[in-house]
Design a protein around this ligand. Structure first.
Ligand code: TGC
Ligand code: FAD
Length: 392
């Protein structure tokens, strides 16, 4: 892969809206991505391997639990800093950003929000430092968009719980030290359980042959009569709203992250369009190519404005599930369109690993599917504006 020449485009002078801390966080994350991700990521994606050595670096820049309080090992930052971090990391690769989303919003967040003080102290500092890697088990083979139908279950055996079932499409599963697993009790009520690697009957087979998120490890979580200590249940929230609450936080990070992938595709296509000569002139001088670039920078700017405002609402505790859902859907959708158009602008070079565009494009096919598909997010907005759920 060529050297990372990325230059930030700030068409609407959004930087004027950022604090010095926001800019510092963004700059430090960007520097780290340029140094530790860009030079190696293409090779790892081609080999379909997660770059494990990046875990300590991600912890070092505060990407595990950016908004979790410092006393639990987090970085204690605001939601806009968290978003900017996800933007910069996904500018490098969506799979690396996935690892951060899962660790921060799907593992640390539920332990922080729904866990006991003992659980917080036991797990959060280790997750923040990267000593532990976590995964989040909600999706099952027969229940994806409809997680409320899950069949994974646990029984109260007096001194422990007995967990049975299976989760699939789980990011980080093959490498995880702990998993936050959502399962039904004997009354059909959903609870979160912390399952630790090494518990008898708990296995994490890897899912192979992915064409997308190749630098992220994906797998199953299989529970065959796993004895889970009673101390490992998350005591402070139950019901489907508990896992869905975690998704709010992760979807928010994805809305920012997708802008990063789009920015990288736009920057690459813009530079290429000025250098590539056909018919004796740079291809950037042709109207059809300018149309693509003009639409890209317009959509990136709109997505930036959407997430910045959403970040303000999140900081004030006012962002709704439907607002977050709209930003996730819109920003991933425009990032995919930008990646496809940028790929075309590079002609044959667009499919080569010399440039990052094809990798971003393939990654975004997962991003548009996980954390709620594009269509499910349309239905969430539809329900929000009409008051009528159209899911079933
Ligand atoms: P519904 O009846 O609407 O809701 C059930 C209960 O939950 C409450 N609720 C929420 N609570 C907190 N936060 C939210 N975001 C909430 N959304 C809903 C709701 O008020 C209700 O509470 P109560 O007290 O009335 O019972 O549920 P439904 O079964 O009709 O489903 C609605 C639907 C389809 C929107 C929802 O299930 C959904 O979002 N489906 C998509 C599934 C999904 O996003 N899965 C993601 C899996 S994790 C993942 O993909 C990680 S990828 C990570 C990476 O690598 O980056
Ligand atoms: P389905 O729910 O079967 O949907 C198939 C199609 O039907 C979609 O187009 C969908 O939009 C459509 N559809 C479904 N219901 C409706 C409806 N009511 N109306 C209209 N259309 C509908 N899950 C986790 O729990 N943890 C993870 O860490 C995780 N990581 C993932 C990593 C990757 C790489 C991928 C690909 C997935 C991951 N997932 C994870 C799972 C992901 O959240 C699900 O794939 C997603 O929620 C969709 O579920 P499904 O694949 O079962 O599709």
């Amino acid at each position: 892969m060529r050297p990372d020449l990325f230059e930030h485009s700030d068409y609407y002078l959004m930087d004027d809206l950022l604090s010095e801390e926001h800019k510092l966080v963004r700059g430090a994350t960007r520097d780290w991505v340029k140094r530790d991700i860009s030079p190696i990521i293409e090779e790892y994606a081609q080999r379909a391997e997660f770059p494990k050595q990046t875990v300590k670096g991600l912890a070092g820049i505060g990407a595990f639990g950016p908004y979790i309080p410092v006393e639990y090992g987090g970085a204690g930052l605001d939601q806009i800093s968290y978003g900017l971090m996800m933007q910069e990391i996904e500018r490098g690769d969506s799979g690396v950003r996935s690892t951060c989303s899962v660790q921060s919003s799907l593992v640390m967040y539920p332990i922080y929000e729904y866990g006991s003080e003992e659980q917080r102290l036991k797990y959060l500092p280790k997750l923040a430092s990267g000593e532990y890697l976590g995964s989040f088990g909600l999706t099952e083979p027969n229940f994806g968009s409809n997680p409320g139908g899950m069949v994974t279950n646990f029984k109260d055996m007096g001194d422990h719980y007995l967990l049975n079932g299976a989760k699939m499409w789980i990011s980080n599963s093959p490498l995880c030290d702990i998993a936050v697993v959502w399962a039904k009790n004997e009354d059909g009520r959903i609870h979160g359980l912390i399952v630790e690697r090494g518990m008898e009957g708990f296995t994490t087979p890897e899912t192979h042959n992915k064409w997308s998120l190749r630098a992220s490890a994906t797998g199953e979580l299989v529970f065959d009569n796993v004895k889970v200590p009673k101390d490992n249940i998350l005591p402070n929230k139950s019901g489907l709203g508990a896992p869905l609450g975690c998704l709010d936080s992760a979807r928010y990070g994805i809305a920012w992250g997708a802008i990063g992938a789009a920015m990288d595709c736009y920057d690459t296509a813009l530079r290429y369009s000025k250098e590539r000569i056909q018919f004796d002139r740079p291809i950037g001088g042709f109207q059809l190519q300018q149309k693509k670039l003009a639409e890209m920078v317009t959509e990136i700017t709109k997505a930036q404005l959407l997430t910045f405002r959403l970040g303000q609402l999140k900081n004030e505790g006012k962002a709704t599930t439907a607002q977050i859902s709209m930003a996730k859907r819109n920003n991933v959708d425009v990032a995919l369109t930008i990646a496809r158009n940028a790929r075309q602008m590079l002609g044959g070079m667009g499919i080569s690993g010399e440039y990052p565009i094809m990798r971003h494009m393939m990654n975004l096919e997962s991003v548009v599917t996980y954390e709620g598909t594009h269509d499910i997010h349309l239905l969430i907005t539809g329900m929000d504006v009409t008051g009528i759920p159209a899911f079933s």
